[in-house]
Design a protein around this ligand. Structure first.
Ligand code: IFM
Length: 450
């Protein structure tokens, strides 16, 4: 009997992912108030082309058609996030109409047998929370728990899988440290305080979820890379270690090893004054065991000593002739395999889900078709590495392609297209790209197809 080596294990989860602010639009509908991204988009110079999420993909109004399209494309698992300002548009005020939208979306998904993975927080913090300091304010942990608790109470029995947070590094570091994401602050202490509060809210949300006796699974999604030093020089090796500490270990270590990495605490201390925001019991809470680890992987980093990154004293290199996506990110599938191996060897035996992977490509709609063969090549190469990990016994249980639809790509506005479905933002017409049909075949066959 021949073994089909390209087959994924039975039950492997094949999905696609989106997030609320990137697709929903309907910024003022049914009681929603502003998020930090609505404010940020209105700050001149922050988002390419002055784009906003006001309309985005109008998914809030078009969700029945969008869910039917998911079903037509053979998708059985869908990861989406909830917009916090729809649920708590004001302090202490639960908005029934906001919940109704997600109830209707979940019902629609159920109609087609599509399983949801719900992300509680994918960056659209209510502006009223930011007005009290946002993630730098420890009180935001309580606001988050009130919000997450409302979602668990309302949807806990209908949602089998929850992501507490998407990419805390981005929310904290890009938002409060580098300032290229909302709320646009540039203060390293704020970034680390925010990261801590996000991690704390994650651990406490797991506890709350367990206390409610819900039977689904809950975890967190981190954006991780694999990184290499630019040379064997001790200075470059040290810079690589700092980069790794900043992006990967600062989040993985407290989740799985009980504390922030010592080398990074020492490196950061002069920049932030103290770690007085870490209170007794916090690290225990952060280490609360989840049911899975979600990872978003796009690229690797090659690091050397330099002044490009002022906090890290690091610079980044792109090897001559390397293939890059439309984001300028190096295509390096093997680093997905290396990352998965590392996670398993150094951090966790929990099931891992790739909750995002995909490529921005310069897609053109020509005579009703989009031939995005570069995206297909990208995804295929990454799936091969995922499969290599599984073949060696790796506990990888699912893959969610980023993204279902072209959408609002944060500071890049609508310039970058990640979707397997092309969106004409004027007419809102959806056109599945070649990758959507290819992915449909992959999902149906449970194997990588040509
Ligand atoms: O669009 C984002 C998503 O919101 C979070 N992960 C990375 C994607 C591509 O940049």
């Amino acid at each position: 009997m021949s073994i089909d080596t390209k087959k994924f294990p039975d039950g492997f989860v094949w999905g696609v992912a989106t997030s609320s602010y990137q697709i929903e639009g309907a910024a003022d509908a049914d009681g929603r108030t502003a998020s930090i991204w609505d404010t940020f988009c209105r700050t001149p110079g922050k988002v390419a082309g002055g784009d906003t999420g006001d309309r985005a993909c109008e998914h809030y109004y078009r969700y029945p058609d969008d869910v039917r399209l998911l079903a037509d494309l053979g998708i059985k698992h869908y990861r989406f996030s909830v917009a916090w300002p729809r649920i708590f548009p004001e302090k202490g005020k639960l908005n029934r109409k906001g919940l109704d939208f997600y109830r209707a979306l979940l019902q629609e998904l159920k109609k087609y047998g599509i399983q949801p993975l719900v992300t509680v927080y994918h960056w659209d913090l209510p502006q009223w929370v930011q007005d009290e300091g946002g993630w730098t304010n420890r009180k935001t942990v309580d606001y988050y728990l009130e919000y997450a608790g409302a979602l668990f109470a309302e949807f806990g029995h209908d949602v089998p899988m929850w992501n507490t947070h998407n990419e805390p590094w981005c929310a904290a570091v890009l938002g409060y440290g580098i300032g290229v994401h909302a709320p646009g602050h540039t203060d390293w202490r704020e970034a680390l305080v925010s990261a801590h509060h996000i991690l704390l809210s994650h651990g406490l949300a797991i506890r709350a979820y367990r206390e409610m006796g819900l039977s689904g699974r809950i975890g967190m999604t981190l954006n991780l890379d694999y990184n290499d030093p630019a040379s064997d020089r001790p200075e470059d090796l040290a810079a690589q270690q700092r980069h790794d500490g900043y992006l990967n270990r600062w989040f993985l270590d407290p989740l799985f090893k009980g504390d922030y990495p010592q080398d990074m605490k020492e490196w950061y201390l002069p920049h932030i004054g103290s770690f007085d925001f870490v209170k007794p019991g916090d690290l225990d809470a952060i280490g609360e065991a989840g049911d899975f680890l979600g990872i978003n992987y796009y690229t690797r980093a090659i690091v050397k000593e330099g002044n490009g990154h002022p906090l890290l004293k690091a610079d980044y290199e792109l090897p001559e002739g390397s293939e890059v996506t439309d984001m300028g990110w190096e295509v390096h599938p093997e680093s997905l395999y290396r990352l998965l191996k590392r996670l398993q060897q150094q951090y966790t035996s929990l099931p891992i889900y790739i909750t995002e992977n995909g490529a921005a490509t310069a897609d053109r709609l020509i005579e009703g078709k989009v031939d995005d063969r570069d995206r297909i090549r990208y995804v295929k190469a990454h799936l091969e590495q995922a499969q290599r990990f599984i073949a060696e016994g790796g506990n990888l249980q699912g893959y969610y392609l980023w993204s279902f639809l072209d959408n609002f790509e944060w500071a890049f506005g609508y310039e970058k297209r990640f979707g397997m479905v092309y969106v004409d933002y004027e007419t809102q017409a959806r056109t599945p790209k070649a990758s959507a049909y290819w992915y449909k075949d992959v999902v149906r066959a449970n194997r990588i197809v040509d």
